[in-house]
Write a protein that binds this ligand. Structure first.
Ligand code: 6R9
Length: 661
């Protein structure tokens, strides 16, 4: 029998009812006056409200310079330093308050107060300078979830050196590509870190990457413990960060005033080609936008303990573990390890221990918690005021479970839609102002002007329940400046399809998100997912072409196609269809080499779910692979139109093969 409580919730959900934030929440929220939307619709001046949350060395002359779209300038003429805004300015009021609350996988705890953060960031900034890093040099980081990561980011920001963090799970080759693309002369890494109880040698990835890179970067190595781990060999060519820090003990470095338009960091992300692109984020606009949305959307207050259970190696961690929360003077929690290590209640144990107020996670994680079952949560005493999801659409069932079992039907939930490129949240409700609706990201954030266009670029009547290509019509301060070193690619990937590229009026330019969405009659946006060759595997963004080029590295492979398959927990997973070279027999060894190539070229997190060996791929007469048909096969859907195929029998043959497996 169904519990009565459950059925009440479920019937509310079936009716697509809205869930109202509690009056207790509304009463304490940072934003509870709907006039915020009108203020931000004073475009572009409304965004000054976010910039005013920061301390500027020099005030800006102009809010938006739109003289050369799509290369916009935000808060031009202004000067500021991100590390000053995240650290120094808090010292007077909260030097003893914890800034970063870190828990290692084995339960070690570090509470880094703002004063400690000041000291550590200054020492490292001095050390980086002494190692030769100058303003505007790109420093590549390959660091896991340890305090060294935010400390290094902030030290770079202090001396005006843009950082480019490469998620620790990325392979040596992926690291080398990014170092080369950014012409980076410095790489900061670590001896190793813990994952599921095991100490992973991490510096070996830097060793292999250094074999591959074009240049000869200087490598700086942190130690996970006080000293380099005994199982790890650190090359004599590298410099130990601990040695440098000793030399710069208690040194301080004046934060370098950066032009608002100077880059703060690069974040590489997957696109529609085999080569990831470096999204370049500016200092003033980005920091204003993430600070503003941390305050308005995440409802953060300095006295909160906030936990965004993401990895700083992705944009979510940059914006909403490091820059936004620290700029607001909040306590931000970091956890090194796996959510189920050593047991499936680890997350709730941490939430209880630190009395976390605001919790941020992904739908993939929620689906996993659901699968494990509520018994792992029961018995832990925590009380979230506010919860967030990001990265993928959240199905109403998962939303409901999150609300009931984790939020105790009290916490508000915001589903935030945004991208590496957008810097911060673009479509999301403000939690005290709008009702929650499971499965919908909600209304545009203040000042954001999204629209749906059809494939011809015509705007679809708003709020009519129709689907289309999601574009953003007005620029916003958090948007990427360009693709690092490749303005052409910036225009091609994001603007060409839906803009009048001859125009110098920003109104003729529309930012293409690459996602499909529905604009519902109530004005809420429901995100449908990527429309291009990008897939979203457990919230990690992967390009089909990147995977295909990795698989093609294997000598046994003649041709490969990668498609996405829907997956109950991970959202999507990659399936690989492979034609082997003449004379190569399919075998476990070949399979292993294919998996190995993906691990080597990208990282373990990108491993294919299925590898299907085929004799032929569905191709058009001109030889183009029709991935859509393979996707139908992977997902066990009806096959779409096959009449343009050179050999229309191919898909059925493959389907039999898949079903026979
Ligand atoms: C922040 C981040 C971006 C892509 C994006 C979309 C998907 C993100 C979402 C969402 C539905 C949400 N996405 N948030 N889909 N609902 N709330 O995830 O950046 O890694 O660049 O991924 O993720 O498809 O285009 P990124």
């Amino acid at each position: 029998m169904v519990e009565p409580e459950e059925s009440k919730l479920e019937s509310r959900l079936r009716e697509q009812e809205y869930f109202r934030p509690s009056s207790k929440f509304v009463g304490q929220a940072n934003v509870s006056d709907p006039a915020v939307y009108d203020r931000f619709d004073e475009f572009p001046g409304g965004f000054e409200e976010y910039a005013e949350l920061l301390d500027w060395d020099e005030h800006w002359d102009q809010v938006l310079d739109a003289s050369n779209p799509p290369f916009y300038g935000w808060f031009t003429g202004g000067k500021l330093n991100a590390s000053y805004n995240c650290i120094d300015r808090h010292l007077e009021e909260r030097k003893d308050q914890t800034a970063l609350l870190w828990e290692g996988e084995h339960g070690e705890v570090r509470r880094i107060a703002y004063q400690d953060l000041y000291r550590e960031v200054n020492e490292l900034a001095a050390a980086l300078r002494a190692a030769g890093v100058e303003e505007d040099d790109v420093v590549t980081l390959h660091l896991p979830m340890v305090p060294a990561l935010p400390i290094t980011m902030l030290a770079c920001a202090r001396i005006g050196a843009p950082h480019s963090e490469v998620f620790a799970g990325f392979s040596a080759s992926a690291l080398a590509d990014r170092v080369d693309n950014a012409d980076s002369e410095y790489v900061v890494t670590i001896d190793g870190y813990y994952r599921r109880g095991e100490f992973l040698d991490h510096v070996e990835k830097a060793d292999a990457a250094m074999e591959e890179v074009d240049g000869d970067p200087e490598v700086l190595v942190w130690s996970r413990h006080d000293e380099v781990h005994e199982d790890v060999e650190v090359s004599d060519d590298y410099t130990l960060v601990s040695d440098l820090l000793e030399e710069h003990d208690r040194e301080t470095v004046e934060p370098v005033p950066r032009d608002a338009e100077d880059p703060l960091f690069l974040m590489y992300t997957s696109g529609t080609t085999g080569k990831p692109k470096g999204c370049q984020h500016r200092t003033g606009g980005y920091l204003s936008y993430v600070t503003g949305t941390s305050k308005y959307v995440l409802d953060l207050k300095p006295e909160d303990t906030y936990w965004c259970a993401a990895d700083i190696g992705w944009i979510t961690g940059h914006s909403y573990i490091v820059y936004g929360p620290l700029a607001l003077g909040t306590t931000s929690v970091m956890y090194e390890g796996a959510p189920d290590f050593p047991h499936k209640s680890r997350i709730w144990e941490i939430a209880e221990k630190y009395d976390v107020d605001v919790f941020h996670t992904s739908p993939t994680a929620v689906r996993q918690f659901m699968k494990w079952g509520p018994e792992y949560i029961e018995g832990y005493d925590f009380d979230f005021r506010h919860m967030t999801t990001v990265g993928e659409p959240i199905q109403p069932e998962a939303w409901l479970w999150y609300y009931k079992h984790i939020g105790d039907e009290e916490a508000v939930i915001v589903d935030t839609w945004w991208q590496t490129e957008t810097g911060g949240h673009l479509i999301t409700n403000l939690p005290a102002l709008e009702d929650m609706k499971p499965g919908s990201a909600g209304l545009p954030a203040p000042g954001i002007d999204p629209a749906l266009l059809d494939d011809e670029g015509e705007e679809i009547e708003p709020a009519t329940g129709q689907a289309g290509n999601l574009v953003i019509k007005r620029p916003w301060p958090g948007m990427l400046q360009t693709v690092y070193g490749d303005d052409e690619r910036f225009i091609d990937e994001y603007w060409v399809d839906f803009s009048d590229t001859d125009s110098d009026d920003w109104r003729d330019w529309n930012y293409k998100a690459g996602d499909g969405a529905v604009h519902e009659r109530d004005g809420y946006f429901r995100i449908l997912g990527r429309l291009d060759d990008v897939m979203n595997v457990a919230g990690h963004r992967l390009g089909t072409m990147e995977l295909e080029s990795a698989v093609s590295e294997v000598e046994d492979v003649a041709e490969a196609a990668v498609v996405s398959r829907e997956h109950a927990e991970k959202g999507e997973v990659p399936d690989v269809y492979v034609i082997l070279r003449e004379g190569v027999e399919e075998s476990e060894e070949v399979r292993g080499r294919i998996v190995g190539a993906v691990e080597d070229e990208i990282g373990k997190f990108a491993r294919p779910a299925n590898i299907v060996f085929v004799d032929d791929l569905p191709k058009t007469r001109s030889g183009k692979i029709m991935r859509r048909l393979l996707e139908n096969i992977s997902n066990d859907d009806e096959l779409g139109d096959t009449t343009t195929l050179r050999d229309p029998s191919v898909p059925e043959t493959i389907r039999e093969r898949v079903q026979g497996d």
